[in-house]
Design a protein around this ligand. Structure first.
Ligand code: 8Y4
Length: 283
């Protein structure tokens, strides 16, 4: 299985690690001066040296309760970092739900658009449909970031998430986006209780029989805190365990903060030759 992106056709026979690069004021900020860009690019290089296969660069916090950022501000934060990151020789993903950001990032040559809103914003679908080859990640979210954790309700969360993702994928395909460009993501933590999230992990195989590769992001999320009683900065072991469980259950790409630890764990998992991932050792 492959993921077609702008510059790279990514082989998903082995699980891939997407490293998270947040370009928000609380991450690499000296108040918007050039130091922010340098710090973000230094972080990119570090994640690559640790074994990241893809870098996901975003300028808006999508944590529960976070307030939306204006387009101009997001462009100002993210574009200089994207420009530098595109010279690092690895696939670069833009984490944004805004069509203006997508247009600017695709014009720079970005490889993947990762949209937590699955291209539901006005003009978003048109941006990727107009591009000949960029990769897209469609993520499920119930509600919107500001209010999504208020009272998430599902009948069957796995079925509803799967049906939504396949419907969005079909819409993109009808708009001209080739199937090989599309990856699905259940959106762990986005309008879901801890119980919903763990059910999505336990029954993750049900999201694989749809023919599209699966990307999953458990890294440092609050469901892991609910289980371990630990805060966001102390969830690395839980995050690595969740990433391994997701890969064991067939995930093709894991989105993580702690690249070095995840890559180490995947090496051991691979050497253990466990079945799973289509039943083939290492496949
Ligand atoms: C601590 C740190 C606690 C970060 C929570 C968080 C996903 C994603 C996010 C995901 C895809 C996050 C942009 C949320 N999560 N994109 N983005 N899949 N495709 N929260 O699961 O990391 S941001």
């Amino acid at each position: 299985m492959f993921w077609q992106t702008t510059r790279f056709r990514i082989d998903l026979a082995q699980p891939k690690v997407m490293g998270i690069v947040n370009v928000t004021p609380d991450s690499f900020s000296d108040g918007g001066r050039y130091g922010d860009v340098d710090a973000a690019l230094a972080h990119c290089r570090r994640l690559l040296s640790e074994g990241a296969d893809i870098l996901d660069i975003g300028g808006e916090s999508s944590r529960p309760g976070a307030h939306p950022v204006g387009v101009e501000e997001e462009l100002r934060r993210v574009l200089p970092v994207l420009e530098g990151a595109l010279r690092l020789g690895c696939p670069i993903s833009i984490d944004s739900a805004k069509s203006e950001l997508m247009r600017a990032a695709l014009a720079l040559g970005v490889d993947i658009v990762n949209d937590i809103n699955a291209f539901r914003a006005p003009g978003a679908l048109e941006q990727v449909a107009a591009h000949p080859s960029c990769g897209v990640c469609l993520m499920h979210m119930q509600g919107e970031p500001r209010s999504m954790q208020a009272e998430p309700v599902y009948g069957d969360v796995v079925r509803e998430v799967g049906d939504f993702l396949v419907a969005r994928a079909e819409l993109l395909r009808h708009a001209g986006v080739a199937a090989e460009r599309i990856v699905l993501d259940p959106g762990i933590g986005f309008g879901k209780t801890a119980a919903h999230n763990f059910e999505l992990l336990q029954r993750q195989d049900a999201l694989l029989h749809r023919g599209y590769p699966l990307l999953v992001g458990w890294s440092r999320k609050s469901s892991l805190g609910a289980l371990t009683g630990r805060g966001p900065s102390d969830r690395m072991a839980a995050s690595v365990a969740a990433a391994l469980a997701a890969v064991q259950r067939g995930a093709h790409i894991v989105r993580v903060h702690d690249v070095a630890a995840t890559v180490d764990a995947l090496k051991v998992w691979h050497a253990a030759g466990l079945p799973g991932r289509s039943g083939t050792i290492g496949a």
